[in-house]
Write a protein that binds this ligand. Structure first.
Ligand code: ASP
Length: 340
């Protein structure tokens, strides 16, 4: 009898101990868009992605949810003119900002998407509201606007305040070019997180592609193409030529293929990106986490800014094979002149 009580106590202690050992290390990873970025814009991108990774990670470090973490990380980049999301979004052919966004909760598979949104600085927060309060997965048009107003979101007045000079110049350049709908510099933003319990989430936000038709929808709000999260598989956020990405459902395909083939996400992501480009053209990039918290950063565009925080260390890069580490307390990228 004594033995079995002791055994019970020891096994309970052991299972708690094992649980502590099994606890996942939280990770927050972001990207700032796949494309071709000029040298002078890279420090601004790296400043933005490293800040976003740290802000999102702080949410996890304080036991916040993975959804909150990815939302907060994306909000940092939506407010930053160096990215094609929120303020600084790419312009449609008429010179207006129309944004797409999505978010997904890996624990419940709840999703929220929106498209064609104008004059709201943080589309990702509205996408989260769509997920949590609309009763649906995807809202557009007038219904999206009236839902946002009902939920207390405030649109910028006067309209047009998300338009930057950089985006106007890019539209002029696009008009003078062959007018292909390539993502150019890119700048779509995304965030993926895993917490200590193995919960994952992903979020993606974009202005789309310069010169797009009014009403064009990219891959970003399409669950399985631009964003996917499932605690059993991991989570991923995509960027790049959305009209192509959505034909191969790249977000879901990367996670599912890795699971089915029992391979690491990184080589699977590299291969599927190249397979997409070989079959259909275009380029793309992604950041992802598997269910054990292993990171994948992949792109076949020339650049994609990315950063992640794990523990006290931030990793970041902007070009292929670019991998830098710094303590999370460092901020090596100076603010561009005249900015906060
Ligand atoms: N994937 C985005 C879109 O097609 C653009 C980008 O990521 O650069 O809307």
């Amino acid at each position: 009898m004594m033995f079995s009580w002791k055994w019970l106590v020891v096994s309970i202690l052991l299972s708690h101990f094992k649980c502590a050992l099994c606890a996942m290390e939280p990770v927050l990873i972001v990207h700032g868009g796949a494309g071709t970025v000029s040298e002078d814009r890279i420090p601004g991108k790296l400043r933005g992605v490293t800040l976003a990774a740290k802000v999102g990670y702080q949410v996890l470090a304080r036991n916040g949810s993975v959804l909150e973490a990815v939302e907060q990380a994306v909000r940092i980049m939506e407010a930053d003119r160096f990215f094609n999301a929120g303020y600084g979004s790419a312009l449609n052919v008429e010179g207006d900002v129309e944004m797409d966004a999505s978010i997904m909760d890996g624990a419940t598979k709840a999703t929220g998407s929106l498209s064609g949104l104008r004059d709201l600085l943080h589309p990702i927060s509205l996408a989260r509201d769509v997920m949590e309060h609309s009763g649906h997965n995807f809202l557009i048009g007038e219904g999206l606007v009236s839902f946002a107003l009902d939920r207390g979101f405030r649109f910028l007045d006067p309209p047009g305040q998300l338009v930057t000079q950089y985006a106007k110049d890019a539209l002029e350049e696009w008009k003078a070019s062959d007018q292909s709908y390539r993502s150019g510099e890119g700048g779509t933003v995304g965030a993926v997180a895993i917490d200590a319990h193995g919960n994952v989430a992903a979020a993606t936000s974009t202005g789309g592609v310069t010169g797009k038709r009014v009403g064009r929808v990219g891959d970003t709000p399409i669950i399985g193409s631009g964003t996917y999260a499932d605690n059993a598989l991991g989570a991923v956020s995509l960027t790049g030529d959305g009209d192509i990405i959505m034909k191969v459902c790249l977000a879901f395909d990367v996670l599912r293929t890795a699971q089915l083939t029992e391979r690491e996400l990184q080589p699977v992501a590299d291969e599927l990106l190249d397979a997409m480009s070989a079959a259909l053209g275009g380029t793309a990039g992604l950041v992802a986490l598997d269910r054990a918290g292993n990171v994948a950063v992949a792109h076949n565009s020339l650049q994609m800014s990315w950063a992640y925080q794990r523990g006290d260390t931030v990793a970041y890069g902007a070009s292929k094979h670019d991998f830098n580490l710094m303590p999370a307390t460092d901020s090596p990228f100076a603010s561009p002149e005249g900015e906060l």
